[in-house]
Design a protein around this ligand. Structure first.
Ligand SMILES: [Zn+2]
Length: 92
């Protein structure tokens, strides 16, 4: 009876930098209240947009969807510093 030897293959573990594990959350460039998102009525994608509270409490403007290029009317409403802004879109 032959003894089959299991060749042990030791992998050289590639240089892993454990101290640099990064969690991938949403990139935070601005304060959360300055970001909004709407669902494109044409393609259904959630589009994140930067908001500009200094432009008024109620805003609406036309913006092309970056996914399907369909023009949408974006409505933005700001309620106050503690409440998240309301963002929604209508197909033009
Ligand atoms: Zn779209």
């Amino acid at each position: 009876m032959r003894e089959s030897r299991e060749a042990r293959y030791e992998r050289d573990s590639e240089t892993e930098i454990h101290g640099m594990r990064r969690r991938r959350l949403r990139p935070k460039r601005r304060r959360p209240l300055d970001d909004g998102s709407y669902v494109c009525p044409s393609c259904g994608e959630t589009i994140e947009i930067p908001l500009d509270p200094s432009a008024g409490d109620e805003q609406s403007y036309v913006e092309d969807c970056p996914v399907c290029c369909h023009p949408n009317v974006i409505h933005v409403e700001f309620f106050g510093p503690d409440e998240p802004p309301r963002v929604f879109a209508d197909a033009e």
